[in-house]
Design a protein around this ligand. Structure first.
Ligand code: NAD
Length: 428
């Protein structure tokens, strides 16, 4: 079998699964996608794309003849030996990773020594060993490879095509070789290592990036006390090659489907094995508090929020995605409603999903309609259409004049030129 263009299976067609499928289909691999969600499979088979990810629909369409969607594993098992596991691993109530979907996949495997599970889902270190043990107990001699995914929603296809590195953790067997060969055309640096180290790379990376965000957020808070401008501070810090400019953008905290759950999983994993991960606890706490600081800013300008009208511009956890998992907007809306404020909101893509998650919030259907009669607005997600908003028109729609730029993404001069009051994060 040619390893370069061999058929592969993708189990789980969410953000990671669909992007992985599209990316490999683009490289010429036939991809057999399997998902337990029959409605999703039906939509994908009909050529619909159930998530918003820039460029994804186009690639899925152009590679249509190499992509197959099914709820049944049988076809995939017959034609592919590498089974990329891309199922969700959401947090449980205890903050650990919920691996039930991974266990379901393991249970559905045949007693085969010609197939390999390639774990792209983010799982705690030790999962590979546990899965191998479970497979052995079930008499299933499948190979196992850890191949963690690092894509970012919003630029996921670009991240697939140009990864900073590809991490392959395996036991030095045929399966690891086959995964390395699959990724070879991308020309990315390869980290080939053992399974548990590969698993740890993923969680440690997300923990470090979260730490950088909470760090710069705390610097921003100190800047507010001292009169320094955190954007100048971050620029000056980022030019130091030991620091680097990435992830030094202060704002109202991180959310999304990965950072919060992955750092919680790492914290719990450490705790379960008797280690108190002090730094990570602080990172999480700083992030929680950062989301609430916006409320203090509103109170500082508006006083009591009872009856005040506050508009949230953007709801998705970041621009260019429809993903609402752990979005800062959810915390903010709930806090504002609890303070007695009237909340209206708009998001160009995530709104349909947000409506279900945000009872009590009004969704008038456009940015300007949401701003109508507002005492204040908060930029929550820096979609381009908000950074390009005409603030003169916005000011006419609003009743009050406060603009809280929760992402430091607006041009303060443009906001002020509209006769509005600009308040950023960590800026004088
Ligand atoms: P998702 O919820 O969008 O998709 C998961 C898919 O798996 C769903 O379509 C679900 O129906 C399907 N599924 C569940 N159980 C299944 C089963 N037994 N068989 C077949 N399909 C099944 O999740 P996602 O955002 O794509 O994340 C998947 C994994 O990748 C998670 O572990 C996540 O932490 C990790 N990850 C996500 C991102 C990201 O940005 N979304 C980035 C890197 C890593």
């Amino acid at each position: 079998m040619s390893t370069e263009r061999e058929p592969i299976a993708v189990i789980g067609t969410g953000y990671v699964g669909l992007v992985t499928a599209a990316g490999f289909a683009e490289l010429g691999n036939e991809v057999l996608c399997v998902d337990v969600d029959a409605a999703k499979v039906e939509r994908l088979t009909a050529g619909e794309v159930p998530i918003y990810e820039p460029g994804l629909a186009e690639v899925l369409e152009s590679c249509r003849e190499r992509l197959h969607f099914s709820t049944q594993l049988a076809d995939a098992l017959e034609r592919a030996r590498l089974l990329f596991v891309c199922v969700g691993t959401p947090p449980t109530h205890s903050g650990d990773a919920d691996l039930s979907a991974v266990h379901d996949v393991v249970a559905s495997m045949p007693a085969s020594d010609t197939h390999a599970l390639v774990m792209k889902s983010t799982v705690p270190p030790g999962t590979g060993t546990a899965v191998k043990r479970a497979l052995a107990q079930q008499g299933k001699p499948l190979a196992y490879v850890s191949c963690p995914e690092f894509l970012r929603e919003g630029s996921a296809l670009k991240d697939f095509r140009h990864p900073d590195r590809v991490v392959v953790g395996d036991e030095g067997d045929w399966a690891g070789d086959a995964v390395v060969a699959l990724y070879e055309p991308l020309g990315a640096p390869l980290v080939r290592t053992d399974v548990v180290s590969a698993e740890m790379v993923k969680l440690a990376t997300n923990a470090f990036l979260s730490t950088k965000i909470s760090f710069i957020n705390e610097i921003a808070n100190v800047c507010e006390e001292t009169g320094a401008d955190v954007l100048e501070v971050a620029r000056g810090m980022g030019l130091d090659s030991r620091v680097g400019p990435a992830f030094l953008r202060p704002g109202i905290g991180f959310g999304g489907s990965c950072f919060p759950k992955d750092i919680s999983a790492l914290k719990q994993l450490a705790g379960n094995s008797g280690y108190h991960f002090q730094l990570l606890n602080a990172v999480i706490e700083v992030n929680d508090l950062q989301k609430r600081r916006v409320v203090s800013k509103l109170v500082k300008h508006l006083g009591d929020l009872v009856g005040k009208r506050v508009t949230l511009l953007g709801l998705a956890f970041k621009p260019d995605t429809d993903d609402m998992r752990e979005a800062s907007s959810l915390v903010l809306a709930a806090r504002l409603l609890a303070e007695g404020a009237h909340v209206s909101a708009y998001d160009p893509v995530a709104e349909a999903h947000a409506r279900e998650l945000m009872p009590g919030v009004d969704f008038p259907g456009s940015a300007l309609a949401a701003l109508e009669g507002a005492d204040a607005c908060v930029l929550v997600t820096e979609w381009a259409q908000f950074t390009e908003l005409d603030w003169q028109t916005a000011a006419q729609a609003m009743r009050g004049e406060l603009v809280v730029d929760g992402r430091n993404a607006l041009d303060p001069a443009a906001v002020r030129a509209g006769g509005l009051t600009y308040e950023g994060i960590g800026r004088p």
